[in-house]
Ligand binder design. Sequence first.
Ligand code: HEC
Length: 263
Amino acid sequence: MKPATKQAAVSSPNLAWLNLPNLPNPLKALFAGYLLVIGVGLCMAGLQIMLTHGMADGKPGLSVNDIVYSYYGDRTHSKLESMLNGAMKANAPDEVRADIIGWVHRGAHKDEWDSHFKGVFAQHCVACHSVVPNIPNFKNFEEVEKVAATSDGESWQTLTRVSHIHLFGISFIFFLMGFVFSFAVGVPKKLKILAIAFPFGFLILDVLSWWLTKLNPNFAYFTIIGGIGYSLASTFMWFTSMYQMFILSRNGKVYGNAWEQDL
Ligand code: HEC
């Protein structure tokens, strides 16, 4: 970290405090408060991704498969089959699961439901799937039929909705985080520009990849690259900003106008 250059100190003597370590405390409180809440928010976002998309292929942990299942869909297996091999595995013995899956492969027709599967579901599934809110009620054939259908992933409507929310909401987070970070000192100018610009680029890549993955599952890798890319860039900005405001500031040095140094 270099202290104020002579030039900066001379040309803007009153702005020598305009950098993260030397900011007035009320401004530090504002920046740090925002960064803390955003930090928790980003962790929650990560957790939410693990819990929703992470289980999409029935196995815990986020993988390329989860992304393919979420956006491209699973065009050969139904949700019912994926769940019976995944999260619902413990709810029925293997023979029963194989029995149900066989019926799904035959097209999940109503005659077999009436004669046999209504009873199977009643015995193994409806204890939850008729009382727990917000999960399908398996007393009704129509709701079983829905999950027995093969999936073609997220609908275009959902993609449009989630895309615009993400683009508007997250770019705002990156804008403010980049703004705070722009007051950092001692970060080479090129690195600073890259760290500030990267999240926006990766955000576009991320959102674009959902649409492309719906068309072709190979694009799921872009989702991973985009997500890792902006996580790394924002983690770097987050820690650098916090470090400079609260630890680097303790040496009592005056660092000079950070913006002017980046001219
Ligand atoms: C112990 C309670 C319980 C039992 C028993 C149970 N389920 Fe579930 N099931 C859940 C819960 C809770 C969810 C929602 C959370 C999740 O997706 O993991 C769910 C979700 C599902 C879903 C996904 C529904 C959707 O639209 O997202 C399917 C399909 C499913 N269960 C099938 C079954 C089948 C088939 C059986 C019987 C063999 C069964 N479940 C037995 C609790 C249960």
